[in-house]
Design a protein around this ligand. Structure first.
Ligand code: ASP
Length: 345
């Protein structure tokens, strides 16, 4: 196909290992993220031009541990603009792998997508022998140029697999097959020239997700402070108390098993709720769900159950709910809709 007729893909860079560089080609752990110019990464993958016309913008060059709320908003606004831009058919976001799942879920919650959106990262820096970034990037661009990528929310492509934003999580600190969708598996696999679709993204039984429009929230409103606390043997309530005394707005408790919490921690939850802090109960297990009023009495304490959301995804949902200014009733509705299986029928 002539270049002019190929889909037009906007590539947005935020940094990460995919544009990381190391002092030598054997280093895959000791490197600096976001050091290679995006254009140089793209220049190393000429095959991209067989699949798309590219427009390239670097929004940031950071390690994704440093991803921050203003950059989230900038990214969301740029992608929103691209939805109305006839010169763009799909968007690819390059992102560090460490917090990629959080950004992907944030974008799912705040955007109404009419065009494919694909997030992509890499586990090995661009200078490594067998760097995985170039192939991941090629797959991301091809996916963003594919009609089947539409209507599935933000997609994540890495290591020849395609995942739904809501389901995906990083499970390895170094391996190139670092991402999984626990209990669900990928949506698709990429092999040579073909994308093999295995299933569509999850469907929320009660209908489509309640999209939180960006315009609902005043730009200058500060972001809430939400932390995750992990429960374990001998956990006590002092961490909860310290956070409450310091002005935290929300806490996600990564409980044991079904999201259970010891009596001591529950006493801390009671105090936190009385101080007006929103509390979500998730599980430190990779596979949920945490069900409302099962394991602990959520109704009595005013806790929200995370359903099948991981603690980090439950935190993103709570951040957005609090930023929107939702009260306990509004938060309950938000979690009812997004935290699947949180309520047994
Ligand atoms: N620390 C890197 C980052 O998240 C890891 C990666 O991209 O794989 O930016």
């Amino acid at each position: 196909m002539k270049q002019d007729n190929l889909p037009k893909i906007l590539v947005l860079g935020t940094g990460g290992t995919v544009t990381g560089t190391a002092p030598n080609e054997v280093s895959t752990a000791r490197y600096e993220a976001g050091r290679l110019a995006l254009i140089d990464l793209l220049a190393g993958v000429p095959a991209l031009l067989q699949y798309a016309q590219l427009q390239v913008e670097t929004l940031a060059s950071i390690d994704s541990k440093d991803m921050h709320f203003p950059l989230w908003m900038q990214l969301a606004e740029r992608i929103t603009y691209a939805q109305h831009d006839q010169r763009v058919d799909g968007v690819v976001v390059l992102h560090g792998s460490d917090t990629l799942e959080e950004t992907a879920y944030f974008l799912e919650l705040v955007l109404s997508l009419a065009k494919p959106l694909v997030l992509v990262g890499a586990m090995r820096p661009s200078t490594a022998l067998s760097a995985d970034g170039p192939l991941n990037l090629l797959h991301a661009v091809r996916l963003a140029a594919t009609p089947q990528a539409q209507g599935q929310g933000p997609l994540v492509v890495i290591n020849q697999q395609i995942f739904a934003a809501r389901e995906v999580t990083k499970v390895s600190a170094y391996a190139i097959d670092a991402f999984v969708s626990p209990g669900q598996g990928p949506l698709a696999r990429v092999l040579d020239e073909r994308i093999y679709w295995l299933r569509r993204r999850y469907d929320i039984p009660s209908g489509p997700p309640a999209v939180v429009h960006l315009t609902d929230v005043p730009v200058d409103q500060p972001w809430p402070w939400v932390e995750i606390l992990t429960h374990g043997v001998g956990a006590d309530a002092r961490a909860l108390q310290a956070l409450c005394q310091s002005g935290v707005n929300g806490i996600v408790l990564a409980g044991t098993g079904l999201g259970t919490l010891s009596a001591t921690v529950l006493a801390g939850v009671d105090a936190a709720r009385k101080a007006g802090v929103a509390v979500v109960r998730a599980s430190r297990c990779l596979l949920g769900p945490v069900l409302h009023d099962i394991g602990n009495d959520d109704t009595q304490l005013g806790m929200l159950a995370a359903g099948d959301l991981s603690p980090q995804k439950a935190r993103v949902l709570l951040l957005i709910g609090l930023r929107k200014g939702l009260d306990q009733e509004g938060l309950t509705r938000l979690f009812d809709q997004h935290a699947l299986l949180a309520h047994l029928p």
